[in-house]
Design a protein around this ligand. Structure first.
Ligand code: GLA
Length: 386
């Protein structure tokens, strides 16, 4: 989409800040998750695809022994050196960059000192993985600049470690995997236990379909505490069931498993994860048969499960889903961690505008902030730009 514009801004920023030309430009995208929510940290299945929106880094080896980072988004430049790298030492947005350097060094890599300039068109705070895009872009740039021996398959875990242990957010591995491993025209079917992937053809344009991404712009309320709470309850459910993770419970085991759980809330949380894993598998089976339209009911069932069992939706996203369906979408669901963020709706391409208008009208009626809408085709994962 705006590949060129964002890259040009990163390069222009680099020249202004450092007075020389960058060695190269690296890009990593944001993502939407088609289906499979809060399954990643339960060792389950997810099916994200990369957005055309991305974070671009212009970079070169440093002329002094540190890392300098300029961000267009934040309008500031920070620097840190080997001695100032401990978790907690670099606060704010710089933690996403320093965290990657730290995680690479913890894994035994010699990370090149570098000068970096960052520009991005991934919306911030909308649940589209702007932080994973930043981590993945930094990782890709530094791995290339330093000639690090770092297979692509191993990169998401390192970026996740930066997020978990340096930034301090207890997320799973989906977002970094999507940003690093996705392919254009495909959704990424990822087994979050083995990290095995299958690139599932998801050619919306060829099928005459569109995914409309509706940013509810609802303020993320208590998102960190609620996310950590869901994760804790899922781990507790697995412990009560005597399995390593909820992934190990199949739909056939579910009724018996629910009987063994201690309370109603834990039962509902577990039911979401178990049924959601199955919905991912069912979606993948339909997509393998090129039956894209038929995944609609699975998307909508996923939303109902997040709303009723996992309790992570808010009125804005529920309204967006209802309005999209009423406007003829085949299916719609919240995507991402929850408590705000975006909805994805699958519809005929020539109905995409009508879906966006219907959601905008429904928001106006309820006095919600005006939503933003765009259509998204699956783009490529992290890479060096030519
Ligand atoms: C956030 C996290 C992911 C995943 C989703 C929910 O995006 O970063 O790891 O848990 O929420 O599916």
């Amino acid at each position: 989409m705006s590949d060129g514009a964002v890259a040009r801004r990163a390069v222009a920023g680099f020249r202004t800040e450092y007075g020389v030309e960058p060695t190269g430009r690296w890009a990593a995208p944001g993502r939407v998750n088609l289906i499979g929510e809060h399954t990643d940290y339960n060792d389950g299945y997810v099916l994200p695809f990369a957005l055309p929106q991305q974070t671009v880094i212009a970079a070169a080896a440093a002329r002094r022994a540190n890392w300098s980072v300029w961000s267009e988004t934040n309008g500031e430049r920070i620097s840190f050196d080997d001695a100032g790298l401990a978790p907690g030492a670099v606060p704010g947005w710089g933690a996403y960059v320093a965290g990657v350097v730290w995680a690479l060094r913890e894994a035994g890599h010699r990370v090149p000192h570098a000068e970096l300039a960052i520009a991005s068109d991934v919306p911030l705070g909308a649940g589209l993985s702007s932080s994973a895009a930043l981590e993945s872009a930094v990782l890709t740039a530094l791995a290339d600049l330093g000639g690090l021996d770092l297979p692509v398959d191993d990169r998401p875990r390192l970026a996740q470690r930066a997020e978990n242990e340096y930034v301090g957010a207890p997320t799973g591995v989906m977002d970094q995997s999507a940003s690093i491993r996705c392919r254009a025209g495909h959704a990424l079917f990822l087994d979050c236990r083995s990290l095995a992937v299958e690139h599932i053809p998801f050619d919306l344009a060829e099928a005459g379909l569109a995914i409309v991404v509706l940013d509810s712009r609802a303020e993320h309320r208590h998102v960190d505490g609620e996310y950590a709470d869901r994760r804790r309850v899922c781990e507790e459910a697995a412990r009560q069931l005597g399995v390593p993770a909820l992934r190990d419970i199949g739909p056939a085991d579910l009724p018996g498993a629910l009987d063994r759980l201690s309370d109603e809330v834990t039962r509902r949380r577990a039911r979401h994860v178990v049924t959601e894993n199955q919905r991912v598998l069912d979606t993948v089976a339909l997509l393998r048969d090129r039956r894209i339209r038929d995944i609609g009911p699975l998307l909508t069932a996923s939303h109902a499960s997040m709303r009723d069992d996992f309790e992570i939706t808010v009125p804005e996203v529920d309204t967006a889903v209802d309005a999209a369906l009423a406007a003829g979408a085949y299916g719609a669901r919240m995507t991402g961690g929850g408590f705000g963020g975006c909805v994805v709706a699958l519809t005929e391409a020539d109905n995409a505008d009508a879906v966006a208008v219907a959601v905008t009208d429904a928001f106006a009626e309820r006095g919600f902030t005006r939503p933003r809408a765009f259509t998204a085709l699956p783009g490529p994962g992290a890479r060096r730009l030519p």
